[in-house]
Structure formats: structure tokens, C-alpha cells
Design a protein around this ligand. Structure first.
Ligand SMILES: [Mn+2]
Length: 263
């Protein structure tokens, strides 16, 4: 489904049809191992599910658009802070090697969990960047407000928040991962704190927030929980459009309308 001009939602990923860029959000490889360490026992099927899903998405992209020119990993490729466990190391390399079968140009954007992703990236000759600009779209992980926004930037795409929404279906309530789309205003208060910002006056950007790619991380319920993202904290939440990812992608309209219907 098209979320924006030349930008398609394909399952939990985005595909930029003009530049043929596949965007993969928060994969959090090693999350279930981290849960196991906390004493939460769950079967270790997460990585298998991640691989099945990414293969399905890549196949759909290639079927519809022929090829992939570049892949952007939008931060938090792996979960654990501080050190890399053996499983994480192995699985992260397997994930990257799988991607490189379809595309040689892989860009790793640094997330807040990626403190020591360096050795893994080095092993596969990949660079880790804080942000990356494709045409007029800026990609950042989203844990902080981007400090370098060039003049051509019109749209900002982030992850980190893992948005989801709980919907009632008869007697059951089910949580779905979702994309959010709306505007983000770079106001004078924020500008005054930045050093390298190209403008003095207020500017409005298109904003897209991507859900988590990890099957175990359902996400933050945008109707109930407080949003952590510094960019979302300033956005008018009610005006954001919600695109739910289930068996298909569904445009659910604006948050304020969803809230109205739920009352
Ligand atoms: Mn994050």
C-alpha cells in the first residue's frame, strides 16, 4: 500500500519505488536471548520468523519492482546493550549475508541499542552512519532529534518507537503493529538548540514512523502509552494517520477519528 508518494508499505518494511530502496526497521536480533536471561522462558523461534518474513518481503519487492538498489537498516539491528553474545553475532551476520544476496549496498543506521555493532559491520565491510539522505528523505533511528537536516529534506523516516494499536474485534482485543504518518514541525525552540541547522525559520516535515520488525516486540500502544520519541512528543498525535499491518496493510485514518469511534 502506498503511504506517501513513491513510498510503499510492504509488510513491516518500506520500499521507495523511485530509488528502489528497501527500509528495514528495528530488528532487535537477540531480544529473546535477553528475555531468557531475565528468566522469561520463551521458545527461541524469533530469528527463524525474522528470516521467513524478510525473505517473503524481498521476494514480493523483486516480483513487483524487479530489483533492490539499496537496503537501509533503520537502527537497532541487534538488541543487547554493551556486548555481543555469540548467538547475536552469528544471527546478525546471517541476516546481513542473506540481504547481500539481493543487494550489495547495505546502509546501517545507528540505533540506541547498537552501541557496539562496529565489529559486526567491520566483518562485512559495512559502514554505520547516524543518518542518511535518499533524494529528499532523511532516515534516522529516531531516539533523538536529528541535528543535521539539509535543505533538500522534505520527509523524515524513523523507527525506535515501535508503534502499535489495540483494536477490539467482538469480545477480543488484539494489538497490531502500525505505521504512523503525519507532520513534524521543526519549531524555533528546537532550532535554537541545534548548531548545524540550515534554517532560522520554522519548517514542517513529513514524518513516517515505522513499527518493529521483531515478532516478539509488539510495540507501544499509541492510544494508551506515552510516546517516547522526541519527534513524536512534538507532533500533533491526533492528526497522525495510522496504517495497520495485519494479514494485509489497512489505512485506519487519523488517530483522533479512531479514538472517537472507540468511545
Ligand atoms: Mn531504538
Amino acid at each position: 500500500m502506498q503511504i506517501f508518494k513513491n513510498i510503499e508499505i510492504i509488510d513491516l518494511c518500506l520500499f521507495l519505488t523511485k530509488s528502489k530502496t528497501l527500509v528495514i526497521p528495528d530488528v532487535h536480533i537477540g531480544y529473546e536471548e535477553a528475555l531468557n536471561k531475565q528468566g522469561i522462558l520463551i521458545p527461541r523461534t524469533q530469528f527463524k520468523e525474522i528470516m521467513i518474513n524478510i525473505e517473503k518481503i524481498i521476494k514480493e519487492v523483486i516480483f513487483r519492482f524487479n530489483s533492490i538498489n539499496q537496503i537501509i537498516i533503520l537502527g537497532d539491528l541487534k538488541h543487547e546493550f554493551g556486548r555481543i553474545s555469540e548467538t547475536e553475532w552469528r544471527q546478525t551476520l546471517r541476516f546481513l549475508d542473506f540481504l547481500s544476496k539481493f543487494c550489495n549496498n547495505i546502509i546501517l543506521i545507528k540505533g540506541n541499542h547498537d552501541t557496539i555493532l562496529g565489529p559486526i559491520a567491520k566483518k562485512r565491510n559495512l559502514e554505520i552512519v547516524d543518518n542518511c539522505l535518499v533524494d529528499d528523505i532523511l532516515f534516522v533511528h529516531g531516539d533523538k532529534i536529528p541535528t543535521e537536516i539539509s535543505k533538500q529534506t522534505k520527509t523524515i523516516i524513523i523507527g525506535h518507537e515501535h508503534p502499535a494499536i489495540s483494536l477490539k474485534q467482538g469480545p477480543r482485543v488484539e494489538k497490531y503493529k502500525c505505521f504512523l504518518k503525519g507532520n513534524w514541525i521543526m519549531n524555533k525552540k528546537i532550532i535554537s538548540k541545534l548548531e548545524k541547522y540550515a534554517f532560522k525559520e520554522q519548517r514542517i516535515y513529513n514524518l513516517i514512523v515505522m513499527p518493529s520488525f521483531n515478532p516478539l516486540i509488539e510495540g507501544t500502544d499509541i492510544l494508551k502509552e506515552e510516546l517516547l520519541n522526541p519527534l513524536l512528543k512534538q507532533a500533533d498525535i491526533g492528526k497522525l494517520d495510522v496504517f495497520i499491518v495485519g494479514d494485509n496493510v489497512y489505512n485506519f485514518g487519523k488517530i483522533k477519528e479512531i479514538v472517537k469511534h472507540m468511545k
